[in-house]
Design a binder for this molecule. Structure first.
Ligand code: SOE
Length: 386
């Protein structure tokens, strides 16, 4: 695994726990964790259970005893590492968004295609697909339980930047993160809405906004009153992204509209990823802050019996649940990372293409790019290339 920040912790939990709760067709070992700071990465190795700590990722991906590379670094390093690892014959899992630009995402997808011809697999880490309630929503829609999709509402709202004095971390710098709320959390809303609906966005119209233009630099101390004001730096990414999207069905017969919001200034909302799909026969509504539940509306019932009902998605026959606990014993945010390991390792062992693929990640990157271009062009509609 390359990187050891928040996603390093979450992925480590997935690699450690998945083989102990699921019968995997192959057994992954937590061989090496890589980071630039020797002390930091050594501490991470000891804390999360990695056999070795290293500081040179190139040296590690050249080793014959390494089969899988898991990339959990900021977006500006995804392309270089993933392409080198794939060309070295390593299976690659890469955090979202796939890259910081369409060009990088395209180069990564080309490398993944070359590697797939040799049985080497690549996957991008949109883990919310692997929350049981989200997969149940996808299954209900695919089974026609809500009829034809009429409209989609997708939003991802957090508030960890509401404090104007929160420091200028890498997620607020375009050269490191590629974009702000749009790519960090808007990417999840795009991917999860397409996963649940089975539709792909064809065009978007949007607007980006930066609410706080500069912030204290990390490591300079926060400029408290009476002390030297901390050095401050410019925020070079969006804080809020609002956009509309036109989906297209595979057969071209209908093209529902979706509305999207991604904000890290939604005061009081901590990790509120919600997707609601309205259909001709019903609706489904998923909310990550209530991740063990799915709201389902069945419009085929007599009007006197209709209403959104809450499905507690913890039955053995619900996705992934059988490996965990009895009904009602709920799962948490971290379980999606175990499910991600299960699906990735299974695909590698079975010789199938794990989803979401790098091509799926490239599509999301094209949506993000189109929203940025739309915002720069007076919110005009921008087509998404296939
Ligand atoms: C920060 O917004 C963040 O950590 C995202 O980067 C993750 O992808 C999301 O799962 C939780 O919030």
């Amino acid at each position: 695994m390359i990187g050891y920040g928040f996603m390093g912790a979450a992925h480590s939990q997935g690699w450690r726990v998945a083989p102990r709760f699921f019968d995997l067709p192959a057994q992954p070992s937590m061989s090496v964790i890589v980071g630039r700071d020797p002390d930091g990465v050594t501490a991470a190795a000891q804390k999360w259970g990695w056999e070795e700590a290293a500081t040179d990722w190139r040296e590690v991906i050249a080793r014959d005893d390494i089969d899988i590379v898991d990339i959990v670094t900021p977006g500006d390093t995804h392309a270089e590492i993933a392409i080198a690892a794939l060309d070295a014959g390593k299976h690659v899992m890469c955090e979202k968004p796939l890259a910081n630009s369409v060009a990088e995402a395209q180069a990564m997808t080309d490398a993944a295609d070359r590697a797939a011809a040799r049985g080497v697999r690549a996957m991008v880490g949109f883990t919310y697909r692997r929350v049981p309630a989200a997969t149940l929503a996808r299954d209900l829609v695919a089974a026609g339980r809500i009829g034809q999709i009429r409209q989609v509402r997708a939003s991802y709202r957090q508030d960890w930047l509401s404090d104007a004095e929160a420091p200028l971390t890498w997620r607020l710098q375009k050269d490191r993160a590629g974009s702000g709320a749009l790519g960090d959390i808007g990417a999840h809303a795009v991917d999860l809405s397409e996963f649940i609906t089975g539709l792909r966005l064809q065009s978007v119209s949007g607007i980006l906004d930066t609410i706080v233009a500069e912030r204290p630099l990390l490591g300079e101390g926060i400029g408290l009153s009476g002390t030297a004001a901390a050095e401050r730096g410019e925020v070079t990414v969006d804080d809020v992204a609002v956009f509309s999207g036109r989906y297209g069905s595979a057969d071209g017969s209908y093209a529902p509209l979706g509305t999207f919001e991604a904000s890290r200034f939604a005061t009081g909302r901590k990790n509120a990823l919600s997707i609601e799909v309205s259909g001709s026969l019903g609706a489904v509504a998923f909310d990550l802050e209530r991740m063990n539940e799915l709201e389902f509306f069945d419009a085929t019932l007599p009007a006197t019996e209709q209403g959104f009902r809450t499905i507690i998605v913890t039955e053995p026959d619900h996705p992934y649940i059988r490996a965990w606990w009895p009904a009602g014993h709920t799962l948490g945010y971290e379980h999606g990372f175990s499910h991600q390991v299960v699906d990735f390792v299974s695909a590698i062992a079975e010789g199938t293409q794990p989803r979401p693929s790098f091509a799926d990640g490239l599509h999301v990157q094209r949506v993000l790019d189109a929203v940025e271009r739309s915002s720069a062009a007076g919110s005009s509609w921008i087509p998404i290339p296939n």
